[in-house]
Structure formats: structure tokens, C-alpha cells
Write a protein that binds this ligand. Structure first.
Ligand code: PMP
Length: 406
């Protein structure tokens, strides 16, 4: 491909002129991708260490996923749920098998899975737990990120997510993340659910203390409260298991899934649970024009097939050790702390060296794509197809960037 820097700036200017300014992307214009690598419009290669916030767990254009999509594109793409299609049942059966649950509610985006989980929990609260009308409450954790709808940002404590978007939906109680005693104290007879990320991704890959999820499970079970695990980012192989809940030996009542469920090809999300909970929904009470469409179902089924081999979970587990070892050696050398679970890392850069955004800009100049979360924390979440040598190379680049800033 011919090198033409004016092409990059023209494309960025076009996007900035015509797009709402709700993002601040790095000045890289990606043209193509394969596996863990992408190529920009000038032919420069980058190792993708963000993987679209874990939506590309299987890498760019995984052959099995692309083949499933192509095959389906040539036959049928959309029916709406007014009719059955021949792919949806198979997808939902596969996902129920993968999660060891009974039932699947297919949606599209992560935020929709969260909204759907909230509706299911409230309906379960009124119809099964018998909470008085409109009294249902849901406990969430400070530092959460569950999406961008008005209800969801209403229980965020990140000012940039919520300021200017009220009034907000009532019925949520916020407790500190990782503090089981605070959670226990917040439960009332009107509490219908606890909604948490097993690891808080957007907050900076925050891993709660050992035993916290087990305690959440015990408290919710003892108090007839649903445990809803938002595994939109942590699930589907990222942490070295199918779900982070597996790593902690707990089974939630509802899994909220998204991102990688669409194989990096189409948006696919789902709420998964047992019939005693998800079965509360009746025809006409909830839905989505695109949810469960045959293209999404075909790709989602292929994703389930990949996860059922266990190969990706094992890669995340084994390569996560390589990543952790390398990153831990940076602590005290421009890095204040690292948190790693599987192929997922939060790296707190010494703020004296510069912002996370600056580090990510310089990393891109070195051929590594990553994204800051808050302030000086950067997150690495490479596709699970990355190799040990590529991880080494990426950390070498980070080391060089930090040395240059120091
Ligand atoms: N839940 C979690 C844990 C997430 O990380 C995200 C996205 N970062 C969402 C929900 C929302 O997903 P989406 O952007 O697909 O709406």
C-alpha cells in the first residue's frame, strides 16, 4: 500500500467534521486486520492489545467465524422475532450448554443485556419474590461500568458518564466494590438483585479480594436476591476460564454476555439464566427487532463452538502468566501497580511520567494499540490468539515508551 500521510489526516478530519464528538480516538486509521494484528491506511502494522474491549477475543476475522458469517449472509440475515428462524434455537441451546443454564434471552449490545437483566430481575421480584409494586431495588457497585443508557448511567459514579443526562431511574443502591459487609448491610426485603462485574474492566481491571464473589453468592442466596454477573467484558475466555465466575467457583443466577459473543463481526448479547428466573417474561413484555437474528445466531453458534474446545480459555490462562510476569517486572520502573487476570491487565503508570492517553499515543507510535481507562491507568486486552513472543514484544515497547518518558 502506498504511504500517504495526507490520507490519514483527511480521513480523521472527515470523521471529526461529520461525527458526534463522543470519542477521542488515537490518530490511527485502521484499514484491515487479521488475528492479533491490524494495518492502517498507510500500511503500518500494529499489534492490537485492546481487541475492541474484548469483543475480538478470537482475533480479527477468525476463519471459522468469518466462514459462519459468509455462509449465513448467502442465505438469510434477518427475520425479526415475529417468526422463527432455523439458526436461533441452535445458538440458544449451545449457549445454555456452555453456561449450564436453561434459557437464553438474545439481544444485541452489552447495554441491552444489562437493561434486560434489570427488567427480568424486577419482574422476578414482583412476580416470584412478591415485592410490593414499584418497590424493587437493585444493589450495584461503585466504579461500575455497565453501558450508556440513561438507566445505566444513572447508577454510575463516573461524572463523565452521568453529568448532564438526568433525571435518572430510581431503585438502585451503590455500595463499595469488593466489600461484602457493605453489601450485606445494603440488602433489604425489597432488594431483588445484586448486579456486579466480577472484575471491573472500565474502572481499570479492578480485581476484588479473594472470596468476595463467593460471599456475594452466599449473601444473595440467603436473602432470596438474584446474583447478576455482568460478564460482558470478563466473560468468554478473557480471564483464563469461560467466565470469571468459574475462576471464583461461583454460579450466578443470571449471566449478562456480549462483546466476544458476536465474534467481532456483529453485535450479539444475551441474558442467560434458569427457567425459574428468565421464565418470568411473557410474550410482548420484552424484545428487540435485531435480537436473535439468523446472522447473529450463526456467528454466536460458531463462537460457542470455539469456546467449547477450551483452547481459548487455556491460551488466556497460560499466556496470562507470561503477561503478568513481564508486567510485574515493570513495577517501580515507571509503573506503580499492575493487576492481571488471564490476558487482561490494568497497568497504573506513574502519573509523573504522563497521562495514560500520552502513553497510549506513544505505544501506537511503537506499533502497539492500547487504551487508557482512567487517568494514568492503561488496559491491555489482546486477542486470545496472541503469541508469547508477541506479548514479549508488546511489553518491550511499553518498557521503551516508559524509559523515554522517565
Ligand atoms: N458491561 C460491561 C462490563 C462492559 O464493559 C460494557 C462495555 N464496555 C458494557 C456492559 C456495555 O456494552 P456495549 O458497549 O456493547 O453496550
Amino acid at each position: 500500500m502506498a504511504t500517504d500521510p495526507t490520507r490519514t489526516s483527511a480521513l480523521i478530519a472527515q470523521a471529526e467534521r461529520y461525527g458526534a464528538h463522543n470519542y477521542e480516538p488515537l490518530p490511527v486509521v485502521i484499514y484491515s486486520g487479521e488475528g492479533a494484528w491490524v494495518v492502517d491506511v498507510e500500511g503500518r502494522r500494529y499489534l492490537d492489545c485492546l481487541a475492541a474491549y474484548s469483543a475480538l477475543n478470537f482475533g480479527h476475522r477468525h476463519p471459522a467465524l468469518v466462514a459462519a458469517a459468509h455462509h449465513q449472509l448467502d442465505r438469510l440475515t434477518l427475520t425479526s422475532r415475529a417468526f422463527h428462524n432455523d439458526r436461533l434455537g441452535e445458538f440458544m441451546e449451545g449457549l445454555a450448554r456452555l453456561t449450564h443454564k436453561d434459557m437464553v434471552l438474545p439481544m444485541n449490545t452489552g447495554a441491552e443485556a444489562v437493561e434486560s437483566g434489570i427488567k427480568v430481575a424486577r419482574a422476578w421480584g414482583y412476580r416470584t419474590k412478591r415485592v410490593a409494586t414499584d418497590r424493587a431495588r437493585i444493589i450495584v457497585a461503585a466504579g461500575n461500568f455497565h453501558g450508556r443508557t440513561t438507566t445505566i448511567v444513572g447508577f454510575s459514579n463516573d461524572p463523565s458518564a452521568r453529568d448532564g443526562f438526568g433525571p435518572f431511574t430510581p431503585g438502585f443502591d451503590v455500595v463499595p466494590f469488593g466489600d461484602a459487609e457493605a453489601l450485606a448491610a445494603a440488602i433489604t426485603p425489597d432488594t431483588v438483585a445484586v448486579l456486579i462485574e466480577p472484575i471491573q474492566g472500565e474502572a481499570g481491571v479492578i480485581i476484588p479480594p479473594d472470596g468476595y464473589l463467593a460471599e456475594v453468592r452466599r449473601l444473595t442466596a440467603d436473602n432470596d436476591v438474584l446474583f447478576i454477573a455482568d460478564e460482558v467484558q470478563s466473560g468468554l475466555g478473557r480471564t483464563g476460564a469461560t467466565f470469571e465466575c468459574d475462576n471464583c467457583g461461583v454460579v450466578p443466577d443470571l449471566y449478562l454476555l456480549g462483546k466476544a459473543l458476536g465474534g467481532g463481526i456483529v453485535p450479539v448479547s444475551a441474558v442467560v439464566g434458569d427457567a425459574g428466573v428468565l421464565g418470568v417474561l411473557q410474550p410482548g413484555e420484552h424484545g428487540s427487532t435485531f435480537g436473535g437474528n439468523p446472522l447473529a445466531a450463526a456467528v454466536g453458534s460458531a463462537v460457542v463452538d470455539l469456546l467449547e474446545t477450551g483452547e481459548f480459555q487455556a491460551r488466556a490462562r497460560d499466556l496470562g502468566e507470561v503477561l503478568a510476569r513481564r508486567l510485574e517486572s515493570l513495577v517501580g520502573h515507571g509503573v506503580q501497580a499492575v493487576r492481571v487476570r488471564g490476558l487482561w491487565a490494568g497497568i497504573d503508570i506513574d502519573p509523573a511520567l504522563g497521562s495514560g492517553h500520552l502513553v497510549c499515543q506513544q505505544l501506537a507510535d511503537h506499533g502497539v494499540l492500547a487504551k487508557e481507562t482512567h487517568g494514568s491507568t492503561i488496559r491491555l486486552a489482546p486477542p486470545l490468539v496472541i503469541t508469547a513472543a508477541e506479548i514479549d514484544w508488546a511489553v518491550d515497547q511499553l518498557e521503551e515508551v516508559l524509559a523515554g518518558l522517565g
